[in-house]
Design a protein around this ligand. Structure first.
Ligand SMILES: *[C@@H]1O[C@H](CO)[C@@H](O)[C@H](O)[C@H]1NC(C)=O
Ligand SMILES: *[C@@H]1O[C@H](CO)[C@@H](O)[C@H](O)[C@H]1NC(C)=O
Ligand SMILES: *[C@@H]1O[C@H](CO)[C@@H](O)[C@H](O)[C@H]1NC(C)=O
Ligand SMILES: *[C@@H]1O[C@H](CO)[C@@H](O)[C@H](O)[C@H]1NC(C)=O
Length: 365
């Protein structure tokens, strides 16, 4: 059997070309699968995010869609056309159209969702998911707290408008608080989360209490601080009052006793003084021959001691003793013009003793 060499060559060539073209076709499909990075992005509201599209081979038009809205178009011939200042794009390196960097500035919740890059022609499209987190407000309710030693204190920390649920922790003087000391509950309106964390402990010393809330994209937790001021336990007022009353009572009693002793000794003194004086007066009367009327009055006076009243004719309102004798002066009642004397008189009267009217009569001749 004779083999045609030429035919052989032709069929080999066609076989090879067939396989090469199918290989090229396959590689063409792989090349059409351009790369989009990242495919998942989580950012804090207000920050910027970049997506990179790497395209093998020649392309002409690329579009970027955020939340189903076409926001930017790149044309290798006409340039880059953004829909607003919030979006921009550039080639990763100059004059090399194989890589495009797309940027969303100041990301908000509106941009949260799918971000799609489409390339005109055989390349198809790629979608990335953008997640936007929101850092809300954290605040300890009620402000600074003043408590007494060992008092049970409670702090309430409220976080509002966070996405997702923030992790709430507490510190006391900068040291982390054990999670058994606080409870955190969260609620959502479908849009964002509020939470309330309640911390309870016993007041020991002055403490800075801080509530911290954080989400993964937040570099530094948000915090709120208040001061716990610990004051010493106030004294037991009933005990204090009892002590004051008993001491006061005892002091009053002592004063009363002292006053009675004082008055008693004074009275005795006066009595003896008076008797001495009377003796002197009598002696003087005898010597100078004072008339009998005076002497009789003097005797009456002496006898009036021990009685509560003195006949009005003998005593004026002002407590002056009046005598008609020509050589006798009126002398004020020293005892009655004296406060201590008044007190003693009152004391004597109130105690029901047979009161003495202590009059001091100095008679100068
Ligand atoms: C970011 O967006 C918010 C809401 O649209 C706006 O209030 C804020 O001014 C923007 N910030 C910057 C830096 O553009
Ligand atoms: C708590 O106390 C600190 C220091 O004593 C003070 O600076 C701060 O204003 C107080 N805060 C409130 C809410 O009263
Ligand atoms: C936290 O809640 C649990 C269950 O409701 C309760 O047993 C516990 O005492 C609470 N702890 C604080 C610190 O409130
Ligand atoms: C969260 O707190 C804000 C402000 O207090 C309030 O307007 C909002 O309704 C709260 N949301 C939920 C889910 O409780």
């Amino acid at each position: 059997m004779k083999i045609n060499n030429t035919d052989m060559t032709v069929s080999w060539k066609s076989w090879a070309s067939l396989h090469i073209s199918s290989l090229l076709c396959a590689s063409g499909v792989v090349l059409g699968q351009f790369q989009l990075e990242p495919l998942n992005a989580t950012v804090l509201q207000g920050s910027d995010i970049q997506f990179n599209a790497t395209v093998p081979g020649k392309w002409q038009v690329m579009t970027w869609t955020v939340q189903k809205l076409l926001v930017l178009t790149v044309s290798t011939t006409s340039g880059i056309i953004p829909s607003s200042e919030q979006f921009s794009a550039r080639y990763c390196s100059r004059e090399d159209t194989s890589c495009v960097e797309f940027t969303i500035y100041n990301v908000t919740r509106r941009e949260s969702g799918p971000v799609t890059c489409s390339i005109q022609g055989n390349f198809g499209q790629k979608t990335s998911q953008l997640h936007v987190q929101e850092s809300g407000v954290v605040s300890i309710m009620g402000g600074n707290v003043t408590a007494v030693q060992d008092q049970h204190v409670e702090f309430q920390c409220v976080t509002t408008a966070w996405l997702p649920i923030p992790t709430v922790t507490w510190t006391r003087n900068g040291e982390a608080v054990d999670s058994s000391l606080f409870n955190t509950t969260s609620m959502t309106d479908g849009d964002s989360f509020n939470s309330t964390s309640v911390l309870q402990f016993q007041a020991v010393r002055k403490t800075t209490v801080t509530c911290l809330a954080t989400i993964p994209t937040l570099e530094k937790p948000q915090s709120s601080s208040v001061f716990l001021v610990v004051v010493p336990e106030p004294p037991d007022w009933t005990v204090l009052i009892a002590v004051v009353v008993s001491f006061g009572g005892a002091a009053l009693l002592v004063l009363l006793i002292l006053a009675i002793i004082f008055c008693y000794t004074r009275r005795k003194e006066k009595k003896s003084n008076y008797q001495d004086e009377m003796r002197m007066v009598r002696t003087q009367s005898q010597l100078s021959g004072v008339d009998a009327t005076w002497q009789r009055q003097g005797q009456v006076n002496a006898a009036s001691e021990g009685q509560t009243s003195v006949t009005p004719s003998e005593l004026t309102d002002s407590g002056f003793f009046q005598a008609n004798g020509p050589n006798i002066f009126e002398v004020p009642d020293v005892v009655n013009s004296n406060q201590a004397g008044n007190f003693c008189n009152n004391a004597n009267n109130s105690m029901g003793e047979s009161g003495f009217k202590k009059h001091r009569h100095v008679t100068i001749v």
